[in-house]
Each structure stands twice: as C-alpha cells, then as structure tokens.
Ligand binder design. Sequence first.
Ligand code: NAD
Length: 311
Amino acid sequence: MGFRYKKVVKILVTTVPFAENNSKLLKLISSSKLEIDLNPFGRKMSYQELGKILPKYDGVIAGTDRFDKVLLQKCSNLLFISRVGVGTDNIDHEYAKKEDIKIFSTPDEPSNAVAELTIGLSISLLRGIAFNNDDMKQGIWKKKMGKSICEVNFGIFGFGRIGKKVFDHLNNLGCKNIFICDPYIRDKKASINFMEKDELLKSSDIVSLHLPLSDETQNFIGKKEIKLLQNGSYIINTSRGGLIDHKSLVYFLKNKKLGGAAIDVYDEEPYSGELTTLNNTITTSHIGPMTEETRKNMESKAVQNIINFYN
Ligand code: NAD
C-alpha cells in the first residue's frame, strides 16, 4: 500500500538533533499527513536498537545509520529512507530498489558548510592552531613555524559540489597552486590544473577528499598513496571515513611521515579511536554540515522530499 492511500504516515527520525528551533519545518510537518517520532535515545542509535524500533514505521528520516539488507528485511512496511545529507553509501541500494523503498537525499544544502569547514581545518593544520591551543592548555608557550595557504600546493580529490567550493575559496585566498583529480569530469577547463591521482599526491603539500564512498573508492588513501606524499604533508577528510585506510593513516601519523591530519568522518561513528590520542591530528565529530541554517535547510528538504514525491 502506497503513501497516498494512508491517512497518516508514521516516520521515525534517527538523526540528532532534529527540528530544533526550526519553526518552518514544524509548520511543514503539521500541515502534512506525516506523523514524526524523534529518536527516543537522543543520540545515534546502535544498529541493534534501530533494528528493533524501525519495523513499526512507514518511513525514516535518517543520518548515516546503516540500512543493510538484514535490517531492511525486518522492515516490511518501509516505503522510504529520506537522508538528511548527501551520502547514501550507508544504504543497500540493490535491496531497496528490489523492495521499492525510495531513497531521498539533500545534496545541495550541506556544500557551503562542508567547504568552509575544510578551509578552517586547512588553515588550522598549516598554522598549527589546534596544536598550539593544546600546548597553551598545558601551560606550554611554544611558537612553531607554519605555512600560509599562499605558500602551498593544495590537492583536491573530487570536483563536485563541495570540491568546487573548496577550490573557489582557495583561489580567493591566493593559494599557490591548486591541483584537481576527478576522472569523471568530462569538460576539463584548461585554466584548471587537473592531474592523475598519483601525480597529485606527489605534488601536493596538503590533500583534501571530496568524493563519494563506493566500492571503487573504499580505502582510496592507503599505505601506497601516503608513501607517495611528500614528508610532512597533510590530509583532510570531511567526506567519508571509509575513503582512508585507518590503520595506515595512524601508522604514518605516528612515524611523522605525515605532518598531520584533520578528520571529520569515521568508519564507525561515534568514533573514539586512536586518532583522538595523537598530537598531530585534529578530530571533529562529523560536524561538516552543522551550521544553524544548513541544518535547518537539510531537515526541511528531507521532509519536503517526502511530501513532493507522494503528493
Ligand atoms: P558530488 O557528487 O557533488 O561530487 C563528488 C565528486 O567526486 C564528483 O565530481 C565525482 O566525479 C568525483 N569522484 C568520484 N569518484 C572519484 C575518484 N575515484 N577520484 C576522484 N574523484 C572522484 O559530492 P559532494 O556533494 O561534493 O560531496 C562529496 C563528499 O562529501 C561525499 O562523500 C559526501 O558524502 C561528503 N559529505 C560529507 C558531509 C559531512 O557531513 N562531513 C556533508 C556533505 C557531504
């Protein structure tokens, strides 16, 4: 039975927070046939918790929770998964398609916030801002030489919505050289420095990942790739944890082959692993899209996507 024949559609929201100070969204929900239950735990649900609770619902407004075949098989009522966000690598697409479970996402809304975070992390790594802050909090007054954006070669993997915005910001900041690797861009402007993966790694002082996670890009950066980087280079990942081989990253941060890394996303979230203990990492808790307006726009779009599709 489809949505349009049901009086009320029961939806579980897994993502936290949701609809906080978002009056536009609350109005949208109250004028619809959607009955929305917020995540009862107030934190990311475990896979097991989600498996127990989701079968009661017709739809889910989701974060990065795992919706694999085993979980989806338990949810015979499920009509849709509406992501508050862009990546849908957490969903078994093949099974969803087979069962006609619709998948929606909000691809445009987070781009500005993630691109800005990337620039913030870049400057923090290059100038040692976060590391200096750690020292100061321990009573250590130490001046360490850094580099400005104007002094570095910056490599961007993935030239989509976010990669392009990072490129524009870097250009505006006067970045020395910006190198791009994206094999799927057909119309390559001559004014932009496109490179193959290995060449970009060898040429960059700092690299940032802005590509989707897929079978092709799992462990996109591993031992071989980090070895190609110059000593003291930096890595930023605001895309997906699975793009980097975690073990290799930790190994090369510990032996200082890498100057540092700024990581916002992890294989398993919440993350509390070794990266949080090293003195050359900046670790953030998947805050890429967490600005007030971005979040509101993503939430509203996730609900609007459901309404648009079925009305
Ligand atoms: P997009 O689809 O607009 O762009 C991705 C680009 O990556 C495309 O141009 C594609 O051609 C390119 N690409 C694919 N495979 C590649 C490869 N092997 N090598 C190089 N480039 C490749 O996506 P977007 O909106 O820019 O998002 C980029 C990433 O950011 C995604 O992984 C997304 O999940 C992530 N993201 C994270 C957050 C967060 O909360 N931290 C928020 C939004 C998006």
